[in-house]
Design a protein around this ligand. Structure first.
Ligand SMILES: [Cu+2]
Length: 150
C-alpha cells in the first residue's frame, strides 16, 4: 500500500514538472516608439500562442500599462489588469481572442490582440464590436485581420 502511494506521488510530480516544459513564454513590449516608427505601441501588437502559454507584458518604456478588454474576452477567461510601469504575466489556457489596451494611450492607438489556439477565434465578433477611439479601432482592425488569416 505504501509503495503504491509513493508511485502515485512520483507520477504526479512528473506531470507537474513536465507541464511547463511544453508551454512557451512570449514577450510583448510596451513602447513609446515601435520598430516600424509608430508611436505608443504594444510590440508585437498581434500574437498567436498555444493554450497554456504565458505572455509577459514588459514596461520597456515608462508610463504604460496593460488591461484586458474585459467585455470581449473569451467565455470563462479571467480578466487581467496592470498598474503603470508594471510587468504583467498571464498564462492563457482558454482558446479565443484576448484584446488588450493601455488606458493612458488608448486615444493614441495603444491596443493589441492575442489569439490562443488555432483557427478563427469564436469571440472575434465581440472583439470587432469593442467601442474605441479611431486610432485604436484602426490598429485593432489590422490585428483582427491577422486573427482571421489562416
Ligand atoms: Cu501606453
Amino acid at each position: 500500500m505504501k509503495a503504491i502511494g509513493k508511485q502515485l506521488a512520483g507520477a504526479a510530480l512528473l506531470a507537474m514538472l513536465a507541464a511547463p516544459a511544453f508551454a512557451a513564454e512570449h514577450e510583448i513590449k510596451m513602447l513609446n516608439k515601435g520598430s516600424d516608427g509608430e508611436t505608443m505601441v504594444f510590440e508585437p501588437s498581434f500574437l498567436r500562442i498555444a493554450p497554456g502559454d504565458t505572455v509577459v507584458f514588459v514596461p520597456t518604456d515608462k508610463s504604460h500599462q496593460v488591461d484586458a478588454v474585459k467585455e470581449a474576452l473569451p467565455e470563462g477567461a479571467e480578466e487581467f489588469k496592470g498598474k503603470l510601469n508594471q510587468a504583467v504575466s498571464v498564462t492563457l489556457t482558454i482558446p479565443g481572442a484576448y484584446p488588450v489596451k493601455c488606458i493612458p494611450h488608448l486615444g493614441m492607438g495603444m491596443v493589441g490582440l492575442i489569439v490562443v489556439g488555432d483557427g478563427v477565434p469564436d469571440n472575434l465578433e465581440q472583439v470587432k464590436s469593442i467601442r474605441l477611439p479611431k486610432k485604436s479601432k484602426d490598429r485593432l482592425a489590422a490585428d483582427i485581420a491577422k486573427a482571421e488569416a489562416p
